[in-house]
Design a protein around this ligand. Structure first.
Ligand code: PBG
Length: 332
């Protein structure tokens, strides 16, 4: 036999030389669920190990992640019901604790990269990412609201804004609003190919942000704006638009059921590709590990590596901190 592929697998040192894909804490983004108050640390029952945190607790979390080499965070607000309305006005109010939390985090950790969420759902009494009228999600009216939200977030000091709403034209609308106000250094990580997925359940539990079921005139799902899970080429249309409209990162979401889409986006665009390893995907793995059916120490890093191998430059995952802990353990 002239060729014996096993020669390159003989020892850990040789395997290291031949390794094609690498994953380190610097590739990862840790999500943070923020809530108003003090000393709050509530575990999310459908996503064990993830918590709703008040700002003081979030600062501790950011500090421990930074020490482990995870320096990027994506923050989502859990908003009290009485502050929600049809037009998500609280999202850009001066009283919005989420904006204050961003200021506090950036003041304590200026070197951290803080990413926002631009979408109406955490603030919407209808539980939708856009403005609901006559049973429809009204695209262009939503853009004005997103622009206000984006400006408030840029002012609060977020480094990168994350439009997750899937309205047409939102990246351009946000880019123009930011530039006109002088925030030309605030970046945009666009949720480019975001699918109408069943895997967002634990996230919606965490924020209590699911579409309001039962109410008439409110669509029960997000299928008129998030993408059909059956489609791949359509992601290219979204990718071209976001590139032209000024996005700095293109995201695919979810990650594991969409590795082919991540691969395609990496081949097709020059911008860095982010993948969102979403709550339901993490919850599945945690459930199997808790049952003793899978080994977390092995299954979790293999999962993240597969997302990198598919082509993701950046991975947003609820396992970011855990991965960094493991990586440190291996080095020591
Ligand atoms: C909503 C938003 C969602 C997620 C991020 N931003 C949920 C949704 O679209 O309903 C999901 C993230 C996750 O499941 O981890 N703007």
């Amino acid at each position: 036999m002239l060729r014996r592929p096993r020669r390159n697998r003989r020892s850990a040192a040789i395997r290291g030389l031949a390794q094609e894909t690498h994953l380190s804490p610097g590739h990862l983004v840790q999500p943070l669920f923020l809530v108003d108050g003090k000393g709050v640390r509530e575990e999310i029952s459908s996503l064990p190990g993830s918590f709703r945190l008040s700002t003081d607790e979030a600062l501790k979390e950011v500090e421990s992640c930074m020490e482990l080499g995870v320096k990027s965070f994506i923050a989502f607000p859990k908003v009290a019901d009485e502050l929600k309305d049809k037009r998500a006005t609280h999202s850009y109010s001066n009283d919005n604790f989420y904006l204050h939390a961003a200021r506090d985090i950036k003041a304590r950790f200026p070197e951290a990269c803080l990413i926002s969420d631009v979408a109406m759902d955490p603030y919407s009494s209808d539980g939708h990412d856009g403005f609901v009228y006559g049973g429809q999600i009204v695209n262009d009216e939503t853009l004005h609201i997103l622009q206000k939200m984006a400006l408030a977030q840029a002012e609060a000091g977020f480094d990168i804004l994350g439009p997750s709403d899937m309205m047409d034209g939102r990246v351009e609308a946000i880019r123009i609003a930011l530039d006109e106000a002088g925030y030309n250094n605030t970046g945009i990580m666009s949720y480019t190919a975001k699918y109408a997925s069943a895997f967002y359940g634990p996230f919606r539990d965490a924020l209590d942000s699911a579409p309001k079921a039962g109410a008439e005139d409110i669509p029960k799902d997000k299928k008129t704006y998030q993408m059909n899970p059956a489609n791949r080429r359509e992601a290219l249309i979204e990718g071209e638009l976001d590139t032209m409209e000024g996005a700095d990162f293109l995201m695919v979401k979810p990650a594991l059921n969409y590795l082919d889409v991540i691969f395609l986006m990496k081949q097709s665009f020059e911008l860095p590709i982010a993948a969102y390893h979403v709550s339901g995907e993490c919850a599945m793995l945690l459930a199997a590990c808790r049952n003793g059916w899978l080994d977390y120490q092995q299954a979790m890093p293999e999962t993240l590596l597969s997302i990198r191998r598919a082509g993701a430059d950046v991975i947003i995952t609820y396992f970011a901190k855990d991965f960094a802990k493991m990586a440190r353990g291996r080095r020591e």
